[in-house]
Write a protein that binds this ligand. Structure first.
Ligand SMILES: [Zn+2]
Length: 314
């Protein structure tokens, strides 16, 4: 098959933009394709667009992992929560104490999460050569667990701990055992591991004043979960590797991300600038919607299952 880019030629935008659908007046949501159920024709058009490409780059967000029991804290049903900022973490031992007390409680649920259908289908699509690579904003490690191979964890991995002094990376599971040894009372708390969890592995905990946490045993530096905090930049080489994935594919598929932060939105900008179509599948509005070739207000597992049936012929 002729490649998508070759087939479309130098000016793909007009051919790819779906025709404007005039909808009956049924309240404010009927006018906004971001907020209503897509019609079967709209889903079909997205699947055809994906099928017309050789490979796609995929960007995933929290909506990918909600079926694995990890809540999307930007989603409509999520509790109000303000995540700790990078500066708050590194400048205050008390803030770090509060963070680790919460993370200690939340770890059990994060550690027990398993990949869901969406992770599994996405990994299979890569095996079949349909997916060029996956950029995930999630830190939960579930894409790796499902078998995605060409994968970049944009915001790091909650399974790792990094020393801000010597840059040594160690296991979060081993760190959890150390925290349990240092905080026997918290370890015996029946709520340990079951506290209300947020996607960054941070649970809601009120009693944290007495919590004990270690610094780096090698250099005395600050230990931090190896995830990008709000107010912290993604390392430049990691961003460059993500751009390579977008540039190597014919289309960018965004799954389950509201694209609230620029660290994810920039890949939509990148694809649009280079003339690549962008398909966004997300429950609710996203910051990328105005740039999307097609936006579907749909669950990611439903879309991926349909995409596999539509594009993989074995
Ligand atoms: Zn160190």
């Amino acid at each position: 098959m002729e490649s998508f880019k070759t087939a479309v030629g130098a000016n793909p935008a007009p051919a790819l933009r779906p025709p404007v659908v005039r909808l009956p007046k049924m309240g404010p949501q009927a006018h906004n394709p971001s907020l209503r159920e897509p019609t079967p024709e709209e889903v079909r058009r997205a699947l055809d667009l994906v099928a017309a490409t050789e490979t796609v780059a995929v960007l995933t967000g929290a909506g990918m992992s909600t079926d694995s029991g990890i809540p999307d804290y930007r989603g409509p049903s999520s509790p109000e929560a303000s995540p700790m900022l990078y500066d708050e973490f590194v400048t205050s031992a008390e803030n770090r104490r509060r963070y680790w007390a919460r993370a200690f409680k939340g770890w059990g649920r994060m550690g027990q999460a398993h990949p869901n259908t969406a992770h599994e289908v996405l990994a299979r699509l890569e095996t079949h050569g349909r997916v060029r690579g996956v950029i995930t904003q999630n830190v939960d490690g579930l894409h790796e667990a499902a078998g995605s191979a060409n994968l970049i964890a944009l915001h790091g991995r909650i399974a790792d701990v990094v020393c801000l002094g010597c840059a040594a990376v160690t296991s979060r599971a081993a760190f959890q055992e150390e925290l349990a040894r240092l905080n026997p009372e918290a370890a015996e708390d029946p709520e340990a591991g079951h506290a209300e969890l947020r996607p960054d592995g941070d649970a809601v905990v009120s009693d944290w004043q007495g919590f004990v946490f270690p610094d780096c045993p090698a250099c005395g530096g600050i230990l931090k979960p190896d995830v990008v905090f709000f107010g912290e930049s993604v390392p430049k080489p990691r961003v460059a590797a993500c751009f390579d994935i977008v540039d190597a594919a014919d289309l960018l598929l965004v799954l389950g991300s509201s694209l609230t932060v620029m660290s994810g939105l920039r890949f939509v900008h990148r694809a649009v600038k280079s003339g690549r179509p962008v398909v966004i599948v997300n429950r609710g509005e996203t910051r990328g919607d105005p740039m999307a070739t097609i936006k579907l207000n749909l669950g990611v597992a439903d879309f991926l299952t349909a995409m596999e049936a539509h594009t993989v012929h074995v």
